[in-house]
Design a binder for this molecule. Structure first.
Ligand code: DPP
Ligand code: ZN
Length: 862
């Protein structure tokens, strides 16, 4: 497959003024009839009339009412058309039922027949529904069209069929027996098209916008799922309000709808006025969902809603600009979460996720720019780099220009570009024009891949304190040499009692090496550097453990306070792996002091108690020149967990009692913080009591957060057999809860049993690889268990490769994504590298391997 290059962009030869679609629904032979008004684009050099199309059966095609011959070409068709406005009409046939890639128009669930036949009791017989997924290039599987985001048009959609509910974008504009019509007046690219039809019920509500307009809100689910919609609806209303208050953005149609679909490749999709959500990203209830689920759902609902302005009203010119909408919208949803929950906790959680996914990507063979120069398959670029690093870039920009200037620039962005398909350069130009700042150097964040290392040395001389920073960014594929970034470094200075002698100040680093001076100090301060994680870099400062213990106890910046504890824990773990001295007792004392401090938010304490991940540790060791051994890392983590339990033993009873929530379950910051800390403590207790406390919690838990937490501890204690069976029996009809049942057993398997556990679970009648959530719950959990996945004999690699080869013909997108499990292979020893390499080669040698998987595995392999 040929790569596509950013520099090859040319404007579309024809623009679209109006789209009219008719769908005659049928599971295996849906007819799509299109009537599209085209006109030549005065800004285009080309006159070639080309329409994308993939897997379509063309029944007829006409231009201005006369039949026209079309020529099949790569990715679509071309035809000879007038050099003047004209109307294109076509009829095509598609097969939603056999669309297993879940792109374009498809049906969900997909294997009802099979499941009944094979006695799949966790998949109750439900009538499949029709739904769509068009981002990035799925619309071309629905009809012939210029399927590129810079072609925007209003759509009218007529749906004919006998489904009880039939929906599309925009406002309802007509209905009758067996048909209905929807009109979306806002010009949009085809990737925002949506259609849903099936047996659905709605939770209904409404919202009055800031200018007093009434908006109907509907959250559509399968009959039986109504009880899981209350929280999502509240989250939607909160998001609508927040976008008005914080960004001045009002909703722009008479109705906003969300539909929950159980087979969905992504989390959710921001189709104009008709968001489609993976059930896992919207449905929740206290009995079936954990606090983490509630938090994620709130954030995703906000994210998709916020796309209405950042993504839909202003969209991307081409897919190289994907971060224009995704980075900004992630930053907006992060800000929302920080506002409606706890700022500090939100920031720490965002950074944990950034390091776990984006830093990992940025330090391996898949590293790429936030604005790439080329790609083969765009679906492979919905990455942590485009999303999370993209959000960090917006955050830095806001830090650099300040809150007021940021808001002013956003107002200008919406004013200037509403209704347009834009570029990242357009976005930066808005900031330059609005603030007068030259952003040439800042733009490197978009164009240079890799995570900068920031080294710091300090100097103290008679009242003058100096910090000298050096930045270096390692080479990434295709980019050997990097120019210095503009790095905002937030710094505060603390006195001996922990009081601030210098409040947070943002230093702007522009050079490779640069010194910043603080004068007139009466004693040598302790620096708190990169507060609030002000830039996505790796700080590589050598500091005495005592200083980190001091910051862990005193830093006034909550993020850096947490960071100090985490880096102490990492140092202990590294020492345990390499056999060097470790500051273990210092760390354990500091941890105890922190936990005992009732002035600290329980959610913060829960995060400070969390262990650094084993994958994170592998990367840290690798950076330090040590080949990571996954077993040794796992053993070190076990040793430290045991030492923590023993050290904190006396604290546990009092603290665990304090974390009990007696009020009815609500997923808010206060309750979820208490439960999170309570569960962290229960893990410690389990190491000491063999599972007694966990069993007691399991017996009385009346919500999923506490049940699942107890079950995890029982698995660790080897006492979960009965509870697992009970759990399965109770929840066999709830697919989302069954996903947890699968996932948990793998996450908590002993390393040497993990592959066997995966194999056993894939033989469970409730396992199906056609459902992305189920596949991910098994193989995502496996890839997230480094010591299990990286077993020396290569069994983990072989097992995953077998399943990827099996899944690829059905669902290339999920296969390609899951192949990322191999992306860290070059960290490991020669034996493991050899084993992985041969699995990657085996995948690449598979006949008919998809473009998606070919691209990913080739990039990983190189
Ligand atoms: N639906 C995905 C998201 O919201 C892709 N746009 O990020
Ligand atoms: Zn998004």
């Amino acid at each position: 497959p040929q790569p596509i290059y950013l520099t090859d962009y040319t404007p579309p030869a024809y623009l679209v003024d109006d789209v009219h679609l008719t769908f005659r629904l049928d599971p295996t032979a849906t007819r799509v009839i299109s009537r599209i008004s085209f006109r030549p684009n005065p800004d285009a050099a080309s006159k070639r009339f080309f329409l994308h199309g993939e897997g379509l059966k063309l029944i007829s095609s006409r231009v201005d009412g006369s039949d026209i011959d079309v020529r099949d070409v790569e990715n679509g068709i071309e035809a000879d058309v007038p050099d003047a406005p004209f109307v294109w009409e076509a009829e095509v046939e598609i097969d939603p039922k056999n669309n297993t890639a879940l792109e374009g128009l498809y049906m969900s669930p997909q294997d009802v027949g099979e499941s009944n036949a094979s006695g799949r009791d966790s998949l109750p017989a439900i009538k499949p529904m029709y739904c769509t997924q068009c981002e990035a290039e799925g619309f071309r599987k629905i009809t012939y069209y210029p399927d590129r985001p810079d072609v925007m048009a209003p759509f009218t959609v007529r749906i004919e069929g006998d489904e009880p509910v039939m929906l599309s974008n925009g406002n309802p504009t007509g209905e009758g027996d067996g048909w209905c019509e929807w009109t979306d007046p806002w010009p949009k690219p085809a990737y925002l098209f949506a259609l849903v039809a099936g047996d659905l019920v709605a939770r209904e509500d409404s919202f009055t916008t800031m200018s007093g307009k009434h908006v109907d809100l509907k959250l559509w689910v399968r009959p039986g799922d109504e009880g899981k919609t209350a929280f999502g609806m509240e989250a939607l209303k909160k998001s609508m309000k927040w976008d008005e208050e914080v960004y001045g953005r009002e909703y722009d149609l008479d109705i906003f709808q969300i539909v929950a679909v159980s087979d969905f490749n992504m989390g959710a999709m921001e189709n104009k006025g008709l968001n489609i959500f993976n059930t896992s990203a919207v449905l929740c209830s206290p009995e079936t969902s954990t606090d983490a689920n509630f938090e994620r759902i709130e954030a995703i609902i906000a994210h998709e809603y916020f796309h209405n302005w950042t993504g839909n009203r202003i969209t991307c010119r081409d897919w190289f600009q994907l971060s224009l909408k995704e980075g900004l919208t992630v930053f907006r949803d992060q800000s929302f979460t920080a506002d409606v929950r706890s700022e500090a906790v939100a920031r720490i959680s965002d950074v944990i996720a950034l390091r776990g996914r984006q830093f990992r990507e940025d330090n391996g063979p898949l590293a790429h720019q936030v604005q790439p120069d080329s790609f083969v398959e765009i679906n492979n670029f919905y990455t942590a780099t485009i999303y999370e690093k993209g959000a960090e870039i917006i955050r830095m920009l806001k830090t650099l220009v300040g809150d007021d200037a940021y808001r002013k620039a956003l107002d200008l962005y919406f004013d200037r570009h509403d209704g347009q398909a834009c570029t990242i350069d357009d976005w930066l130009t808005v900031f330059q024009d609005s603030t007068g700042r030259d952003l040439t150097q800042f733009k490197r964040w978009y164009k240079q891949a890799g995570t900068p290392r920031l080294d710091v040395t300090e100097n103290w001389d008679d009242g003058t304190y100096q910090l000298t920073f050096t930045q270096t960014t390692p080479p990434t594929p295709g980019q050997d040499v990097k120019e210095p970034f503009l790095i905002p470094i937030a710094v505060g200075l603390l006195g001996p009692n922990g009081d601030e002698v210098q409040a947070t100040k943002v230093l702007e680093m522009t050079e490779g090496t640069q010194t910043f001076t603080f004068e007139g100090l009466s004693y040598r301060p302790t620096p708190s550097i990169l507060r609030h994680f002000s830039a996505p870099v790796i700080l590589t400062r050598e500091t005495p453990p005592e200083e980190r213990a001091f910051l862990f106890a005193h830093d006034t910046d909550a993020f850096n306070r947490w960071e100090a504890g985490r880096s102490l824990a990492k140092e202990v773990l590294v020492g345990l792996v390499t056999g060097e001295d470790t500051p273990q007792s210092l760390y354990l004392d500091a941890l105890a002091t922190m936990l005992r401090n009732d002035d600290l938010d329980p959610a913060f304490r829960a995060l400070a108690l969390q262990m650094p991940g084993e994958d994170d540790l592998a990367q840290t060791l690798f950076d330090a020149g040590v080949t990571p051994d996954p077993d040794a890392i796992h053993n070190a983590a076990e040793t430290l967990k045991q030492a923590r339990a023993e050290h904190l033993q006396d604290l546990l009873p009092r603290l665990m009692a304090d974390m009990e929530v007696t009020e009815p379950f609500v997923s808010n910051a206060e309750q979820s913080g208490k439960r999170a800390l309570g569960l962290g403590l229960l893990k410690l207790a389990t190491r000491l009591d063999g599972g007694k406390a966990a069993q007691a919690q399991w017996d009385r838990a009346d919500n999923m957060t506490l049940s699942l937490g107890a079950l995890a501890c029982l698995l660790d204690a080897g006492k979960a057999e009965g509870p697992l069976a009970t759990f399965r029996e109770r929840w066999k009809d709830d697919a989302l809860v069954m996903d947890k049942w699968f996932m948990l057993q793998i996450m908590h398997a002993d390393p040497e049993d993990a592959a066997a556990t995966v194999e056993r679970l894939t033989e469970d009648p409730a396992f199906t690889m056609k459902n992305p959530n189920r596949f991910r719950s098994v193989f995502g959990a496996f890839a997230g268990h480094p010591a299990g996945f990286h077993q020396k004999d290569g069994s983990g690699y072989r097992l995953l490769a077998d399943w990827l080869i099996r899944l690829d013909p059905l669902n290339p997108q999920i296969t390609a994504r899951m192949s990322g499990a191999f992306e860290t292979w070059k960290r490991y020893d020669a034996d493991r590298q050899g084993l992985i390499k041969s699995e990657l080669d085996r995948i690449l040698a598979t006949d008919g391997l998809s473009r998606d998987t070919t691209e990913m595995v080739t990039r990983i392999r190189n």
